[in-house]
Design a protein around this ligand. Structure first.
Ligand code: GLY
Length: 364
């Protein structure tokens, strides 16, 4: 199969938002009109850095602003953005710039992927999760029926532009949550050194300036690791599935927290709980190192936090049943082996999954 650059499009560039006009100039005159998609927060904190670029100075672009938060990954916002693109006269040669965290890049990538059968888009992630995970690898989508990412498609950006200075604008909670995916990448790359570097970092927006070099190292490691996995399996058919470590229970807990009146968890917070449980399961089933498990548990509980999870499996079952990894015989997980290599399609009986929940609850 021949894939165009755009299908597998590679991927993250270590650039600054200030370079955005260079990318657009490279593409022009083939880009007819631009739209910038933001949420209310990124419109307030980040938009000026993009809109002040020469290519935007004549005001010939549209700005679409959505409410912040996971609730915006909806069909309602999808239709609204499409309407605004139509009203703005964005044709098949137009381009969307998705300026925001994972919600903006997932939603903006999805709309761009289906609008007029697909128009070009750039990702400019502004959150830690966005930079090291959501904006890399072409997964786009929205939630449906209370379930995460049920409607979506693979659609690859022309480029992902990483400007770490955006991280200084983030609330500390966002930095803590984003760190969960970095830990996942460090486990799967069998690199305890990243965890060690992370342990010396303050997980705050402020620390991005003070501890810049170490932050750049862990972010670069994470991006490189994810790019390598994605380029070997862009469409998630085999190897890429390892990136779901921590996400079987993580997604279920995230969806449960959104529907059940406890404080809704950030994606990374739910993944931090899912990682502890699924690494505990790995330790029980594959011999994943107890020392590495203890290090991850200590780091997550002290630096990211502990979050409420149900005391039994029942409330999570409806979310697990929709998980692509579940079957009639048990629940399918990605586990890490004793060297940290990801093992896909590992079945675990319910009793063992309950033990994982109880292990996590014992850490409160
Ligand atoms: N976040 C999992 C993936 O991109 O495959």
């Amino acid at each position: 199969m021949i894939r165009s650059q755009r299908q597998t499009g590679i991927l993250a560039g270590w650039m600054k938002a200030a370079d955005i006009h260079k990318v657009i100039l490279q593409l022009s005159p083939s880009v007819s009109r631009l739209a910038v998609l933001c949420d209310e927060n990124t419109h307030h904190c980040c938009f000026h850095k993009v809109s002040s670029q020469p290519v935007f100075r004549d005001g010939e672009f549209s700005n679409i602003i959505i409410p912040p938060g996971e609730g915006s990954k909806s069909m309602k916002q999808c239709m609204r953005i499409s309407r605004e693109l139509l009203e703005a006269g964005i044709d098949r040669h137009g381009m969307v710039i998705n300026l925001g965290g994972g919600v903006v890049t997932d939603l903006g990538g999805f709309v761009s992927g289906i609008y007029k059968r697909g128009i070009r888009f750039l990702h400019v992630p502004t959150s830690l999760t966005g930079m090291i995970d959501a904006s890399i690898g072409g997964k786009t989508g929205i939630n449906a029926e209370g379930l995460k990412n049920q409607l979506g498609l693979f659609a690859f950006p022309v480029k992902t532009i990483i400007d770490p200075s955006f991280l200084c604008t983030l609330p500390d909670r966002e930095i803590r949550a984003g760190t969960a995916e970095i830990i996942k990448h460090s486990v799967l790359s069998a690199n305890p050194g990243i965890l060690k570097t992370l342990s010396g970092l303050e997980l705050t927006g402020n620390s991005m300036g003070k501890q810049k070099e170490d932050w750049m190292n862990v972010i670069a490691h994470s991006i490189k690791f994810k790019e390598a996995i994605v380029s070997s399996d862009p469409f998630d058919l085999h190897k890429r599935k390892v990136l779901n470590l921590g996400h079987t229970l993580g997604h279920a807990i995230e969806a449960w927290s959104m529907e059940n009146g406890v404080q809704p968890l950030r994606h990374g917070e739910a993944v931090s709980a899912g990682l502890i449980m699924e690494l505990y399961l790995s330790h029980r089933k594959t011999g994943f190192s107890k020392e590495f498990l203890d290090g991850v548990v200590r780091f997550i509980i002290e630096k990211i936090g502990w979050f409420p999870v149900p005391g039994h499996l029942e409330p999570l079952k409806k979310y697990l049943a929709h998980d692509k990894k579940s079957t009639g015989q048990g629940i399918r997980f990605v586990l890490a082996d004793e060297r940290g290599h990801g093992l896909i399609d590992q079945l675990a009986e319910e009793i063992l999954v309950l033990e994982c929940l109880n292990f996590y609850r014992s850490l409160s």
